[in-house]
Design a protein around this ligand. Structure first.
Ligand code: SF4
Length: 203
C-alpha cells in the first residue's frame, strides 16, 4: 500500500531549518540562523538516481527512510504545518527552497507545493530542480506556479567527471548535455544568473 506520508501533502525539512523555525529543540552554534526554509520532496521509494557522493542514492544500502543527504535528520512535516510555521517565522527567514529528487511524481508535486507556498506565505519560493525529469514547458509551468527562481546543481566540472559520478559510471540517469539544455532554457525563462545562495548542492 502506498504511504500517505508523501509529497505533495508532506515534505522533509532540513535539520537546520527545523531548528531555526523552532520545530526542533536545539541551538545552532554561535546563534547561527538559517534564512532559507529548505524543503525536500518525499516519497517512500525515494530517488531513482545514483550520484556517487549522495546519501540518497538508490544503490546505497538501507531503505530510503534510513538515508540522509548529509548525515543529519531531515524530519517530515505536513505542508499545512510548514506553511503555518513559515507564517510565524522570524523576520530573518527570507525564502523557501523546494528541492526535487529524481522521481517521476516530482514535477507535478513540486508545482503543487510551489502554488501553495506562493499563495499562502509571504516569502519568495525557489526550486532546486532535477533537469533529468524536465523539459522547457516544465520551467514555464514552474514560473507560472509562482517560483521566483530555480537552482541547477551540476556538481561536476567536466563532462567526463559528470558521466563518471552521476551518469553511466554509476548506472545513473543524468546526462551532462541535458543539464546544460535545461540551464539554457532556465536562463531564457527566469532571467540571468544571480549568486544568492539559497540551498545546498543537489539535483
Ligand atoms: S538526483 Fe539528487 S537526490 Fe538523487 S542521488 Fe543524485 S544528488 Fe542525490
Amino acid at each position: 500500500m502506498e504511504s500517505k506520508i508523501q509529497s505533495p501533502e508532506y515534505a522533509k525539512m532540513s535539520h537546520a531549518t527545523a531548528i531555526s523555525l523552532g520545530l526542533v529543540n536545539r541551538r545552532m552554534y554561535r546563534g547561527a540562523v538559517n534564512r532559507c526554509v529548505n524543503l525536500l520532496v518525499h516519497y517512500a521509494e525515494g530517488c531513482s538516481a545514483n550520484c556517487a557522493y549522495c546519501g540518497l542514492a538508490k544503490k546505497r544500502p538501507g531503505t530510503y527512510q534510513e538515508k540522509s543527504f548529509i548525515h543529519v535528520d531531515w524530519p517530515i512535516y505536513s505542508m499545512d504545518d510548514i506553511i503555518q510555521t513559515i507564517n510565524r517565522a522570524p523576520a530573518y527567514v527570507k525564502r523557501t527552497c523546494i528541492s526535487m529528487i529524481t522521481n517521476g511524481k516530482c514535477r507535478r508535486d513540486t508545482l503543487d507545493m510551489t502554488r501553495r507556498l506562493k499563495a499562502e506565505t509571504r516569502i519568495p519560493v525557489s526550486i532546486l530542480i532535477s533537469p533529468t525529469l524536465m523539459d522547457r514547458q516544465d520551467l514555464i509551468d514552474m514560473k507560472e506556479a509562482g517560483a521566483e527562481k530555480v537552482g541547477i546543481a551540476i556538481d561536476l566540472a567536466t563532462p567526463e567527471l559528470f558521466d563518471k559520478y552521476r551518469g553511466k559510471g554509476v548506472s545513473g540517469p543524468h546526462k551532462w548535455e541535458k543539464y546544460w539544455e535545461i540551464i539554457r532554457a532556465a536562463l531564457e525563462i527566469f532571467g540571468p544568473l544571480t549568486w544568492e545562495h539559497t540551498s545546498w548542492s543537489h539535483g
